[in-house]
Design a protein around this ligand. Structure first.
Ligand code: PLP
Length: 419
Protein backbone atom coordinates (compact mmCIF):
# COMPACT_ATOMS: atom_id res chain seq x y z
CA UNK A 1 0.00 0.00 0.00
CA UNK A 2 1.39 3.33 -1.04
CA UNK A 3 0.63 4.96 2.30
CA UNK A 4 2.62 2.39 4.25
CA UNK A 5 5.48 2.44 1.80
CA UNK A 6 5.93 6.19 1.97
CA UNK A 7 5.63 6.10 5.73
CA UNK A 8 8.31 3.42 5.99
CA UNK A 9 10.60 5.23 3.59
CA UNK A 10 10.36 8.56 5.39
CA UNK A 11 11.06 6.95 8.71
CA UNK A 12 13.88 4.90 7.33
CA UNK A 13 15.64 7.89 5.78
CA UNK A 14 15.18 9.86 8.99
CA UNK A 15 16.82 7.13 10.98
CA UNK A 16 19.76 6.89 8.64
CA UNK A 17 20.23 10.64 8.87
CA UNK A 18 19.96 10.97 12.59
CA UNK A 19 20.86 7.51 13.88
CA UNK A 20 17.88 7.36 16.18
CA UNK A 21 14.18 6.54 15.94
CA UNK A 22 12.41 3.67 14.26
CA UNK A 23 13.19 1.65 11.16
CA UNK A 24 10.57 -0.54 9.55
CA UNK A 25 11.94 -3.21 7.28
CA UNK A 26 9.79 -5.52 5.18
CA UNK A 27 7.55 -7.16 7.76
CA UNK A 28 10.00 -6.50 10.58
CA UNK A 29 10.46 -3.46 12.80
CA UNK A 30 13.58 -2.20 14.52
CA UNK A 31 13.90 0.49 17.14
CA UNK A 32 17.26 2.21 17.32
CA UNK A 33 18.43 2.63 20.85
CA UNK A 34 21.30 5.12 21.25
CA UNK A 35 21.92 3.67 24.74
CA UNK A 36 22.32 0.14 23.44
CA UNK A 37 24.20 1.48 20.43
CA UNK A 38 22.42 -0.82 18.00
CA UNK A 39 19.15 -1.42 16.26
CA UNK A 40 17.03 -3.77 18.35
CA UNK A 41 14.29 -5.76 16.68
CA UNK A 42 10.78 -5.09 17.95
CA UNK A 43 9.06 -8.29 18.92
CA UNK A 44 5.44 -8.70 19.94
CA UNK A 45 3.30 -5.62 19.49
CA UNK A 46 4.77 -3.46 16.71
CA UNK A 47 6.73 -6.28 15.10
CA UNK A 48 4.85 -5.93 11.81
CA UNK A 49 5.86 -2.28 11.46
CA UNK A 50 2.24 -1.11 11.48
CA UNK A 51 1.02 -0.62 15.03
CA UNK A 52 -2.38 0.59 13.84
CA UNK A 53 -3.08 -2.46 11.72
CA UNK A 54 -2.08 -4.66 14.65
CA UNK A 55 -4.67 -2.87 16.80
CA UNK A 56 -7.27 -3.14 14.05
CA UNK A 57 -7.42 0.63 13.51
CA UNK A 58 -7.64 1.91 9.95
CA UNK A 59 -5.09 4.51 8.88
CA UNK A 60 -6.47 7.23 6.63
CA UNK A 61 -5.31 9.43 3.81
CA UNK A 62 -5.72 12.88 5.31
CA UNK A 63 -7.07 15.36 2.80
CA UNK A 64 -8.51 17.58 5.51
CA UNK A 65 -5.42 19.13 7.06
CA UNK A 66 -4.00 19.37 10.57
CA UNK A 67 -6.97 17.98 12.48
CA UNK A 68 -6.19 16.90 16.05
CA UNK A 69 -8.90 14.25 15.70
CA UNK A 70 -6.89 12.63 12.88
CA UNK A 71 -3.56 12.91 14.66
CA UNK A 72 -2.60 16.45 13.65
CA UNK A 73 0.46 16.12 11.45
CA UNK A 74 3.13 13.52 10.78
CA UNK A 75 6.30 14.18 12.72
CA UNK A 76 9.55 14.98 11.01
CA UNK A 77 12.03 12.10 11.33
CA UNK A 78 14.69 14.43 12.75
CA UNK A 79 12.26 15.60 15.42
CA UNK A 80 11.53 11.99 16.33
CA UNK A 81 15.29 11.43 16.48
CA UNK A 82 15.98 14.24 18.97
CA UNK A 83 12.98 13.15 21.02
CA UNK A 84 14.58 9.71 21.29
CA UNK A 85 17.80 11.42 22.42
CA UNK A 86 15.87 13.44 25.01
CA UNK A 87 14.44 10.21 26.39
CA UNK A 88 17.91 9.02 27.41
CA UNK A 89 18.38 11.27 30.45
CA UNK A 90 16.68 12.66 33.51
CA UNK A 91 16.57 16.43 33.67
CA UNK A 92 14.86 19.17 35.68
CA UNK A 93 11.75 20.01 33.66
CA UNK A 94 11.44 23.63 34.91
CA UNK A 95 15.11 24.23 34.06
CA UNK A 96 14.59 22.64 30.62
CA UNK A 97 11.48 24.75 29.99
CA UNK A 98 13.37 27.97 30.68
CA UNK A 99 16.33 26.94 28.51
CA UNK A 100 14.13 25.75 25.62
CA UNK A 101 12.07 28.93 25.84
CA UNK A 102 15.22 31.03 25.66
CA UNK A 103 16.36 29.12 22.57
CA UNK A 104 12.94 29.51 20.95
CA UNK A 105 12.89 33.27 21.64
CA UNK A 106 16.36 33.58 20.09
CA UNK A 107 15.48 31.50 17.02
CA UNK A 108 12.35 33.54 16.39
CA UNK A 109 14.16 36.83 17.21
CA UNK A 110 11.34 37.78 19.56
CA UNK A 111 11.47 41.35 20.90
CA UNK A 112 13.48 42.22 24.02
CA UNK A 113 11.69 41.05 27.14
CA UNK A 114 9.91 38.11 25.49
CA UNK A 115 10.37 34.46 26.32
CA UNK A 116 8.52 31.22 25.73
CA UNK A 117 7.68 27.82 27.17
CA UNK A 118 6.61 24.60 25.53
CA UNK A 119 3.12 23.51 26.52
CA UNK A 120 1.14 20.40 25.67
CA UNK A 121 -0.59 22.38 22.91
CA UNK A 122 -2.09 25.77 22.13
CA UNK A 123 -5.10 24.88 24.27
CA UNK A 124 -2.87 24.33 27.31
CA UNK A 125 -1.05 27.58 26.50
CA UNK A 126 -4.36 29.41 26.76
CA UNK A 127 -5.21 27.96 30.17
CA UNK A 128 -1.80 28.34 31.76
CA UNK A 129 -1.19 31.75 30.18
CA UNK A 130 -4.42 33.12 31.62
CA UNK A 131 -3.82 31.31 34.92
CA UNK A 132 -0.47 33.08 35.23
CA UNK A 133 -2.10 36.46 34.63
CA UNK A 134 -4.69 35.72 37.33
CA UNK A 135 -2.34 34.36 39.99
CA UNK A 136 0.90 36.18 39.35
CA UNK A 137 3.53 34.29 41.34
CA UNK A 138 1.32 34.04 44.44
CA UNK A 139 1.49 30.39 45.60
CA UNK A 140 -1.86 30.58 47.40
CA UNK A 141 -3.63 31.85 44.33
CA UNK A 142 -1.98 29.15 42.20
CA UNK A 143 -3.33 26.45 44.54
CA UNK A 144 -6.70 28.12 44.75
CA UNK A 145 -7.64 28.15 41.03
CA UNK A 146 -10.33 27.87 39.67
CA UNK A 147 -11.63 29.62 42.81
CA UNK A 148 -10.92 33.26 41.92
CA UNK A 149 -11.49 34.80 45.36
CA UNK A 150 -9.11 37.77 45.63
CA UNK A 151 -8.17 37.68 41.93
CA UNK A 152 -9.46 39.36 38.79
CA UNK A 153 -12.22 37.35 37.17
CA UNK A 154 -13.20 38.64 33.73
CA UNK A 155 -11.86 38.23 30.20
CA UNK A 156 -13.10 40.44 27.36
CA UNK A 157 -13.72 38.80 24.00
CA UNK A 158 -15.51 39.86 20.80
CA UNK A 159 -18.74 38.00 20.09
CA UNK A 160 -17.48 36.64 16.77
CA UNK A 161 -14.31 35.40 18.49
CA UNK A 162 -16.15 32.98 20.77
CA UNK A 163 -15.28 29.39 19.76
CA UNK A 164 -14.98 25.94 21.36
CA UNK A 165 -11.44 26.66 22.51
CA UNK A 166 -12.55 29.44 24.87
CA UNK A 167 -13.45 26.56 27.19
CA UNK A 168 -9.72 26.61 27.97
CA UNK A 169 -10.13 30.16 29.29
CA UNK A 170 -13.33 29.38 31.21
CA UNK A 171 -11.51 26.46 32.88
CA UNK A 172 -9.69 29.01 35.06
CA UNK A 173 -13.01 30.13 36.51
CA UNK A 174 -13.19 33.46 34.65
CA UNK A 175 -16.31 34.91 33.13
CA UNK A 176 -16.13 35.87 29.47
CA UNK A 177 -17.46 39.38 28.87
CA UNK A 178 -18.68 39.56 25.28
CA UNK A 179 -18.29 42.80 23.31
CA UNK A 180 -18.79 43.95 19.74
CA UNK A 181 -17.86 47.62 19.41
CA UNK A 182 -15.09 49.87 20.74
CA UNK A 183 -17.68 51.48 23.01
CA UNK A 184 -18.55 48.04 24.39
CA UNK A 185 -14.89 47.54 25.28
CA UNK A 186 -14.77 50.89 27.09
CA UNK A 187 -17.84 49.95 29.11
CA UNK A 188 -16.60 46.41 29.79
CA UNK A 189 -13.19 47.23 31.25
CA UNK A 190 -13.24 47.43 35.04
CA UNK A 191 -11.18 46.46 38.08
CA UNK A 192 -12.02 42.78 37.55
CA UNK A 193 -10.74 42.65 33.95
CA UNK A 194 -7.83 40.21 33.78
CA UNK A 195 -7.22 40.00 30.03
CA UNK A 196 -8.47 40.81 26.53
CA UNK A 197 -8.57 37.72 24.33
CA UNK A 198 -8.22 37.68 20.53
CA UNK A 199 -9.02 34.66 18.33
CA UNK A 200 -6.87 35.28 15.30
CA UNK A 201 -8.84 33.22 12.77
CA UNK A 202 -11.88 35.42 13.51
CA UNK A 203 -9.99 38.63 12.65
CA UNK A 204 -12.17 39.40 9.62
CA UNK A 205 -15.46 38.87 11.48
CA UNK A 206 -14.86 41.16 14.45
CA UNK A 207 -15.29 44.95 14.39
CA UNK A 208 -11.94 45.34 16.14
CA UNK A 209 -8.97 43.95 14.21
CA UNK A 210 -5.75 42.40 15.44
CA UNK A 211 -3.65 45.63 15.53
CA UNK A 212 -6.29 47.69 17.28
CA UNK A 213 -7.22 45.04 19.86
CA UNK A 214 -3.78 45.06 21.47
CA UNK A 215 -3.71 48.88 21.46
CA UNK A 216 -7.10 49.07 23.15
CA UNK A 217 -5.95 46.55 25.74
CA UNK A 218 -2.83 48.53 26.54
CA UNK A 219 -4.69 51.85 26.68
CA UNK A 220 -6.70 50.18 29.43
CA UNK A 221 -3.62 48.62 31.12
CA UNK A 222 -4.94 45.13 30.38
CA UNK A 223 -2.76 42.34 28.92
CA UNK A 224 -3.74 41.07 25.44
CA UNK A 225 -3.69 37.38 24.50
CA UNK A 226 -3.87 36.03 20.97
CA UNK A 227 -4.79 32.47 20.01
CA UNK A 228 -2.82 31.93 16.80
CA UNK A 229 -2.84 28.13 17.09
CA UNK A 230 -3.18 27.23 13.40
CA UNK A 231 -1.80 30.47 11.99
CA UNK A 232 1.43 29.39 10.37
CA UNK A 233 2.03 29.53 7.45
CA UNK A 234 3.19 32.20 6.84
CA UNK A 235 6.20 31.53 9.03
CA UNK A 236 6.43 35.24 9.95
CA UNK A 237 3.32 34.90 12.09
CA UNK A 238 5.58 33.21 14.64
CA UNK A 239 7.00 36.66 15.50
CA UNK A 240 4.45 39.09 14.04
CA UNK A 241 2.13 39.15 17.06
CA UNK A 242 4.96 39.65 19.52
CA UNK A 243 6.08 42.57 17.35
CA UNK A 244 2.53 43.95 17.49
CA UNK A 245 2.90 43.95 21.27
CA UNK A 246 0.66 41.04 22.27
CA UNK A 247 1.51 40.05 25.84
CA UNK A 248 0.85 36.33 25.36
CA UNK A 249 0.64 34.30 22.16
CA UNK A 250 -0.36 30.65 21.69
CA UNK A 251 0.72 28.42 18.80
CA UNK A 252 0.19 24.73 18.16
CA UNK A 253 3.33 22.67 17.80
CA UNK A 254 1.74 19.71 16.07
CA UNK A 255 0.02 21.46 13.16
CA UNK A 256 1.86 22.94 10.17
CA UNK A 257 5.11 23.26 12.18
CA UNK A 258 5.04 19.44 12.42
CA UNK A 259 6.44 19.35 15.91
CA UNK A 260 5.47 16.76 18.50
CA UNK A 261 1.73 16.14 18.41
CA UNK A 262 1.31 16.95 22.09
CA UNK A 263 3.19 20.25 22.04
CA UNK A 264 2.52 23.92 21.65
CA UNK A 265 4.23 27.20 22.41
CA UNK A 266 3.26 29.93 24.82
CA UNK A 267 5.35 32.98 24.09
CA UNK A 268 5.10 36.42 25.59
CA UNK A 269 6.31 38.90 28.17
CA UNK A 270 8.87 37.21 30.39
CA UNK A 271 7.10 37.65 33.69
CA UNK A 272 3.75 36.41 32.33
CA UNK A 273 5.41 33.37 30.76
CA UNK A 274 7.20 32.60 34.03
CA UNK A 275 3.91 32.83 35.93
CA UNK A 276 2.25 30.58 33.36
CA UNK A 277 4.92 27.96 33.99
CA UNK A 278 4.21 28.13 37.74
CA UNK A 279 0.62 27.15 36.92
CA UNK A 280 1.65 24.27 34.69
CA UNK A 281 3.03 20.75 34.93
CA UNK A 282 5.39 19.59 36.44
CA UNK A 283 4.23 21.78 39.35
CA UNK A 284 1.68 19.91 41.40
CA UNK A 285 -1.47 21.37 42.88
CA UNK A 286 -1.87 23.52 39.79
CA UNK A 287 -4.59 23.87 37.18
CA UNK A 288 -2.09 22.94 34.46
CA UNK A 289 -0.85 19.72 36.04
CA UNK A 290 -3.14 17.76 33.73
CA UNK A 291 -1.47 19.33 30.67
CA UNK A 292 1.80 17.50 31.17
CA UNK A 293 4.53 18.19 28.68
CA UNK A 294 7.49 15.82 28.66
CA UNK A 295 11.18 16.38 28.13
CA UNK A 296 10.79 14.69 24.72
CA UNK A 297 8.13 17.16 23.56
CA UNK A 298 10.04 20.17 24.89
CA UNK A 299 13.19 19.20 23.01
CA UNK A 300 11.22 18.06 19.96
CA UNK A 301 9.49 21.43 19.76
CA UNK A 302 12.83 23.26 19.65
CA UNK A 303 13.98 21.01 16.80
CA UNK A 304 10.70 21.30 14.90
CA UNK A 305 10.91 25.09 14.98
CA UNK A 306 14.51 25.03 13.80
CA UNK A 307 13.52 22.85 10.85
CA UNK A 308 10.38 24.84 10.10
CA UNK A 309 12.39 28.07 9.93
CA UNK A 310 14.83 26.48 7.47
CA UNK A 311 12.11 25.12 5.22
CA UNK A 312 11.67 26.37 1.64
CA UNK A 313 8.14 27.68 2.22
CA UNK A 314 7.68 28.77 -1.38
CA UNK A 315 8.53 25.32 -2.68
CA UNK A 316 6.15 23.75 -0.16
CA UNK A 317 3.34 26.02 -1.27
CA UNK A 318 4.02 25.20 -4.90
CA UNK A 319 3.87 21.49 -4.14
CA UNK A 320 0.54 21.91 -2.29
CA UNK A 321 -0.91 23.64 -5.35
CA UNK A 322 0.51 20.97 -7.68
CA UNK A 323 -1.27 18.22 -5.74
CA UNK A 324 -4.64 19.99 -5.87
CA UNK A 325 -4.17 20.80 -9.56
CA UNK A 326 -3.41 17.14 -10.27
CA UNK A 327 -6.59 15.99 -8.50
CA UNK A 328 -8.64 18.68 -10.23
CA UNK A 329 -7.27 17.89 -13.69
CA UNK A 330 -8.26 14.25 -13.36
CA UNK A 331 -11.69 14.50 -11.72
CA UNK A 332 -12.99 17.36 -13.89
CA UNK A 333 -12.71 15.03 -16.86
CA UNK A 334 -15.84 13.35 -15.48
CA UNK A 335 -18.84 15.17 -17.01
CA UNK A 336 -20.56 17.44 -14.46
CA UNK A 337 -17.63 17.75 -12.03
CA UNK A 338 -16.05 21.14 -11.30
CA UNK A 339 -13.59 22.53 -8.76
CA UNK A 340 -12.82 25.90 -7.19
CA UNK A 341 -9.83 27.08 -5.17
CA UNK A 342 -9.28 29.38 -2.20
CA UNK A 343 -6.72 30.26 0.47
CA UNK A 344 -8.01 31.39 3.88
CA UNK A 345 -6.55 34.78 4.91
CA UNK A 346 -5.48 33.61 8.31
CA UNK A 347 -5.41 30.15 9.94
CA UNK A 348 -4.72 27.18 7.68
CA UNK A 349 -3.41 29.68 5.14
CA UNK A 350 -2.85 26.93 2.55
CA UNK A 351 -4.49 26.08 -0.79
CA UNK A 352 -7.99 24.61 -0.44
CA UNK A 353 -10.12 23.05 -3.15
CA UNK A 354 -13.87 22.54 -3.29
CA UNK A 355 -15.35 19.83 -5.50
CA UNK A 356 -18.86 20.22 -6.91
CA UNK A 357 -20.94 18.19 -9.29
CA UNK A 358 -24.21 18.44 -11.16
CA UNK A 359 -26.72 16.16 -9.38
CA UNK A 360 -28.45 15.57 -12.72
CA UNK A 361 -25.26 13.93 -13.98
CA UNK A 362 -23.96 12.28 -10.80
CA UNK A 363 -26.47 10.83 -8.38
CA UNK A 364 -24.58 10.75 -5.08
CA UNK A 365 -24.87 13.52 -2.49
CA UNK A 366 -21.68 15.16 -1.21
CA UNK A 367 -22.19 13.75 2.28
CA UNK A 368 -22.74 10.25 0.90
CA UNK A 369 -19.61 10.70 -1.20
CA UNK A 370 -17.65 11.70 1.92
CA UNK A 371 -18.85 8.57 3.73
CA UNK A 372 -18.04 6.35 0.75
CA UNK A 373 -14.46 7.70 0.59
CA UNK A 374 -14.03 7.18 4.33
CA UNK A 375 -15.29 3.59 4.03
CA UNK A 376 -13.14 2.88 0.97
CA UNK A 377 -9.79 1.14 0.75
CA UNK A 378 -7.59 3.00 1.37
CA UNK A 379 -9.75 5.18 3.58
CA UNK A 380 -9.78 8.84 2.55
CA UNK A 381 -10.91 11.77 4.68
CA UNK A 382 -12.13 14.91 2.88
CA UNK A 383 -14.49 17.57 4.17
CA UNK A 384 -18.10 17.32 3.06
CA UNK A 385 -21.06 19.67 3.26
CA UNK A 386 -24.38 19.97 1.47
CA UNK A 387 -22.58 21.97 -1.23
CA UNK A 388 -19.76 19.63 -2.10
CA UNK A 389 -16.50 18.08 -0.94
CA UNK A 390 -13.55 20.12 0.27
CA UNK A 391 -9.91 19.27 0.62
CA UNK A 392 -6.47 20.69 1.17
CA UNK A 393 -3.24 19.00 0.36
CA UNK A 394 -0.69 20.04 2.96
CA UNK A 395 -0.89 16.84 5.00
CA UNK A 396 -0.88 14.47 2.01
CA UNK A 397 2.02 12.06 1.70
CA UNK A 398 3.79 11.50 -1.63
CA UNK A 399 1.49 9.88 -4.18
CA UNK A 400 -1.70 10.22 -2.16
CA UNK A 401 -3.08 12.90 -4.49
CA UNK A 402 -3.17 10.24 -7.21
CA UNK A 403 -5.08 7.82 -4.95
CA UNK A 404 -7.62 10.53 -4.09
CA UNK A 405 -8.09 11.42 -7.77
CA UNK A 406 -8.52 7.75 -8.74
CA UNK A 407 -11.01 7.00 -5.95
CA UNK A 408 -13.05 10.12 -6.69
CA UNK A 409 -13.13 9.36 -10.40
CA UNK A 410 -14.31 5.80 -9.72
CA UNK A 411 -16.96 7.02 -7.30
CA UNK A 412 -18.32 9.62 -9.72
CA UNK A 413 -18.37 7.16 -12.61
CA UNK A 414 -20.16 4.58 -10.44
CA UNK A 415 -22.92 7.13 -9.81
CA UNK A 416 -23.06 8.64 -13.29
CA UNK A 417 -26.65 9.07 -14.46
CA UNK A 418 -27.18 7.15 -17.69
CA UNK A 419 -28.08 9.10 -20.83
C1 PLP B 1 -5.94 23.73 17.07
C2 PLP B 1 -6.41 24.96 17.76
C3 PLP B 1 -6.29 25.10 19.15
C4 PLP B 1 -5.74 23.99 20.02
O1 PLP B 1 -4.41 23.74 19.73
P1 PLP B 1 -3.67 22.43 20.29
O2 PLP B 1 -2.26 22.67 19.92
O3 PLP B 1 -4.29 21.26 19.58
O4 PLP B 1 -3.92 22.38 21.75
C5 PLP B 1 -6.70 26.28 19.73
N1 PLP B 1 -7.21 27.28 18.98
C6 PLP B 1 -7.36 27.18 17.65
C7 PLP B 1 -7.91 28.33 16.89
C8 PLP B 1 -6.95 26.02 16.99
O5 PLP B 1 -7.07 25.92 15.66
Amino acid sequence: MAFNDSWNRRTFLGTLGALAGMVFGKGKAFAFSPAAGAAAPVSGFGASGNVYEELGVTTVINGQGTMTVLGGSLGRPEVEAVMALAAQHFVSIPELEVAAGKRIAEMLKLPEGYSAIVTSGAAAAMTSGLAGILTGNNPEFIEQLPDLTGMKSEVIIQRSHRNPFDHQLRATGVKLVVVESREDVKRAVNGKTAMMHFTNFANAEGQIKVEEWVKLAHENQVPAFIDAAADTPPVSHLWDYANLGYDLIAFSGGKAVRGPQCAGILMGKKELVANALLNNSPHENTLGRSSKVGKEEIVGMVKALELYLKEDHQALNKEWWRRLDAISAQITKVPGVSTSFSVPDVANHVPHMEIFWDPRKISISPREAGHALRAGKPSIVLGSSDRGLSTNSFMLQPGEEKIIADQLTQLFKAHAVAG
